[in-house]
Design a protein around this ligand. Structure first.
Ligand SMILES: Cc1ncc(COP(=O)(O)O)c(C=O)c1O
Length: 413
């Protein structure tokens, strides 16, 4: 397949001020969006405007300024919920995806998982969707099991069925899109099969929400976690969506102000959803910023963003293999993967790859990508990873390929 050079499907680079930067006299090429995304002016200005014009604590004040801040924050929650097809009450703000998953592991897990039960996750999870389950299993005497990842970086529904048929799985945890392999997992199918077997599903959507349409009303997962900073929003805000009956039955996770209905010397009662799971002062500016980021994504259209990223991924997959000795991990069909390409080059450690790319002002990530078990499965200590977002263009991929060729020359290869 030869891909003709075309204009980017979406050219929004002017909206991202950081992309005007040069590093060492070279135009910055940012290819690490799977780690954190860059931020559009529209989001930056929403946060700036909040601090300049509407800053006050929310949910408490009776004065107009506090009401304005509350309306902005809760309005953002409403739009964020609609953006992914969920309702306001079941859209809970956390610090990040990691905290959202911990919330489920502690609150739901503590109440529903016990000795003899199993938690089933996959070999391609981020540490954020492994370690909370390891700790839950240690606390409760349950067993943690892993679905295997194939040579092409995919899961097997037959293996899922076989494990579910044993009848001990209480929860299936799976990433929607792998941050290393790019694999898009069939999460609706997984959730349906888990439910039929009496298990609940938690989907880690950290890499999915930023780059594709996610409609939770169709997905059928019981819990869905994601993180704002990868979706053009600020750091310090994540989201947990949950099935209402489950959230209502769950005990609080963190406790203190705001999550209570009443407190007496003897005990407390809990606030309604979503506030029951939001202890303490909320991430007000972060919520408002994420609302603006979502508006921005929505205006472009998630289907166009996905098409743009698929085009870039296809182009990258075609171009990087021009580099001698380069091996790509994950599915080779761009339609079956997100905008992330992990690779290794024979004879050069991934950290050296990233460092030599940096000399060309090309930012790629090197390491285990918080997925050490997956590295072990793939039999590599680390990979280099290029990942894309709406502000990247084919010329960024060209710059990457030039930098990789240069790296081989430095190593005398
Ligand atoms: C698939 C996946 N899950 C979870 C996370 C954790 O996100 P956060 O650190 O914002 O909680 C990441 C971040 O890299 C990720 O890629």
């Amino acid at each position: 397949m030869t891909i003709a050079a075309t204009e980017p499907l979406v050219d929004v680079r002017a909206d991202f001020p950081i992309l005007e930067r040069e590093i060492g006299g070279k135009r910055l090429v940012y290819l690490d969006s799977a780690s954190t995304s860059q931020k559009p002016t529209q989001m930056i200005e929403a946060v700036d405007s909040h601090f300049r014009r509407t800053n006050a604590n929310i949910h408490r004040g009776v004065y107009a300024l506090a009401q304005e801040a509350t309306d902005l924050f809760e309005g953002a929650r409403q739009r964020i919920a609609s953006f992914v097809g969920d309702s306001y009450q079941t859209t809970i703000f956390t610090k990040n995806a990691t905290e959202a998953i911990n919330l489920v592991a502690y609150s739901w897990g503590g109440a529903n998982v016990g000795p003899g039960d199993e938690v089933l996750i996959t070999q391609m999870e981020h540490h954020s969707n492994i370690v909370p389950w390891q700790l839950l299993c240690q606390r409760t005497g349950a067993t943690l099991r892993y679905l295997s990842v194939s040579e092409t970086g995919e899961l097997s529904l037959a293996e899922l069925d076989a494990v579910l048929a044993e009848g001990r799985v209480k929860l299936v945890g799976v990433t929607h899109v792998s941050n290393v392999l790019g694999t898009i997992n069939p999460v609706a199918e997984i959730a349906a099969r888990a439910r039929a077997a009496g298990a609940v599903t938690l989907v880690d959507g950290s890499q999915a929400v930023p780059q594709m349409t996610v409609d939770l009303s169709e997905l059928g997962a019981d819990f869905y976690a994601w993180t704002g900073h990868k979706a053009l929003g600020p750091t310090g805000i994540g989201i947990l969506h949950g099935r209402r009956e489950l959230l209502e039955a769950m005990p609080p996770f963190l406790s203190g102000g705001d999550m209570i209905a009443s407190v007496s010397f003897e005990g407390s009662t809990w606030n309604d959803l979503p506030f029951k799971f939001e202890a303490g002062t909320s991430p007000v500016a972060e919520g408002i910023g994420l609302g603006a980021a979502i508006d921005y994504l929505d205006t472009i259209g998630m289907d166009r963003i996905r098409a743009h990223e698929t085009d870039l991924t296809a182009y990258a997959l075609e171009r990087v293999i021009e580099v001698d000795g380069l091996r790509v991990f994950g599915p080779l069909d761009p339609e079956r993967r997100g905008g992330v390409v992990s690779f290794a080059i024979d004879g050069i450690h991934p950290h050296d790859v990233a460092e030599l790319c940096d000399r060309e002002a090309v930012c790629v990530r090197a390491g285990h990508h918080c997925a050490q078990p997956l590295m072990r499965r793939m039999d590599v200590p680390a990979t280099a990873r290029a990942s894309f977002h709406v502000y990247n263009a084919r010329e960024d991929v060209d710059r990457l390929v030039d930098a990789l060729r240069g790296a081989r020359e430095v190593f005398g290869l």
